[in-house]
Design a protein around this ligand. Structure first.
Ligand SMILES: Cc1ncc(COP(=O)(O)O)c(C=O)c1O
Length: 404
């Protein structure tokens, strides 16, 4: 693909601008990134990096996926934005594409994961409040976003610190623990909300019977089951949505990150009988479902389908597994557990993973650490076998050299 070559300010110059003009709420690596192509990304100095964590999970089909680039280019020259007081072709088509690939629900579009979860929580209240059910049960170690309801739903004290009080009505239960869930869910519970696989919480995959039993508990007690698939959704685990691998159907599902090939987009999908509870005027998002995001989303779905990327997710995951299992046999004192579901990969280390991330960066490999000691990779579905091997080899060297 041809790229217009711009002269970029140096990383140093961009950093100086940030220091003066941008709110310092993020810890950033001292590098300005300027261009990406599939699993490669370049900085302002022209260095190339292998990206095993593209866009924090948003670039599931790689940087600048060709169909998405084309669709966005075409759409911006035709119609950039129309508000939700009008009908628009791309939003209807994208809603159908998502509904057909999941549980036949109806879509509310927004722009981020937190916003999708806010919509789900409002829907749960609209469902529960008239029945005297206002409680929402979420799971410890979960992550649902930074806006206030999503933040309250995020049962991790470190994210609440200094920002209280949180929203009333939330109850936390231990993740992957049925007894804890059974104790927390009662007749006043409007909804249970959780990630089918915890991402930020350390790539935690639940025991096989957990989600089906939770589904049954919700049914028995008249609570909605809301699945936050912001990170797992749209093919990361090898299915369109991770719930499809656990033999259950949620009442409400949220997705964002990868939804539109890297363009900002979020969605809440609900079974039609629950979707109908959100009457005109109860909820809205100005940019939600705009034509650019929906065209990008349609192009993303098309790419995944036409390139067989759901199947490929499993192949990539297993290739990484082979490399990491060999490494674990070599340095068992450093790798406690390997957790992989498609291209959602966690290496549970016996020590803090942040230094590993820094050492990988020096060798131009981008990875992530979460939950202190979990090294997390969210590679693109379009990564090649050669890149998997190359990335694994660098990571293996860094882990071998790590002093614990
Ligand atoms: C499972 C999950 N839910 C919600 C969010 C929040 O998404 P956003 O940052 O787009 O608001 C995230 C972000 O990491 C996430 O992983």
């Amino acid at each position: 693909m041809a790229h217009a070559q711009h002269a970029h300010p140096s990383s140093k110059e961009t950093i100086a601008e940030f220091d003066r003009y941008v709110v310092p709420n993020y810890r950033r690596y001292p590098i300005s990134l300027v261009r990406g192509e599939n699993s490669w990304i370049w900085d302002a100095e022209g260095h190339r990096y292998l990206d095993l964590f593209p866009g924090w999970g948003c670039n599931l089909i790689g940087h600048c996926p060709p169909r998405v680039v084309e669709a966005v280019r075409d759409q911006v020259g035709t119609l950039i934005h129309v508000p939700n007081t009008w009908y628009m072709e791309a939003q209807g088509a994208f809603a159908k594409a998502l509904s057909d690939r999941s549980f036949g629900g109806q879509c509310f579009f927004c722009n981020s994961g937190a916003e999708a979860n806010e919509a789900a929580i409002k829907l749960a209240r609209a469902y529960g409040a008239p029945r005297g059910k206002t409680k929402i049960v979420t799971m410890e170690g979960g992550f649902h976003g930074r806006t206030f309801a999503a933040l309250t739903a995020t049962a991790q004290p470190k994210y609440h610190e200094g920002l209280g009080p949180m929203l009333p009505g939330f109850v936390y239960a231990k993740y992957d623990d049925l007894e804890a869930a059974a104790a927390a869910i009662d007749d006043e519970t409007a909804a249970v909300m959780l990630e089918p696989i915890q991402g930020e919480g350390g790539v935690r995959i639940p025991s096989p019977g957990y989600l089906p039993a939770l589904r049954k508990l919700c049914d028995d007690r008249g609570a909605l089951l809301i699945l936050d698939e912001v990170q797992t959704g749209l093919g990361r685990t090898g299915s369109w949505f991770a719930y499809q691998e656990f033999g259950i159907t949620p009442d409400v599902l949220t997705c964002a990150k990868a939804l539109a090939g890297g363009v900002a987009a979020g969605v809440m999908m609900a079974k039609p009988e629950y979707a109908a509870l959100l009457k005109p005027g109860m909820h809205a998002s100005t940019f939600g479902g705009n034509p650019i995001a929906c065209r990008a989303g349609l192009a993303t779905v098309e790419t995944i389908e036409e390139e067989g990327l759901l199947e490929r997710a499993v192949g990539i995951g297993e290739r990484f597994r082979g490399q990491f299992e060999a490494l674990q046999r070599e340095i068992p004192e450093k790798i406690r557990e390997i957790r992989i579901r498609g291209v959602m990969i966690g290496l549970d280390l016996t020590f803090d993973a942040s230094d590993v991330v820094a050492r990988c960066l020096e060798r131009r490999l981008l990875v992530n650490a979460t939950h202190g000691h979990v090294l997390r990779l969210l590679p693109a579905l379009t990564i090649s076998d050669e890149q998997v091997d190359q990335g694994s080899a660098i990571l293996a060297d860094v882990l071998r050299e790590a002093v614990i």
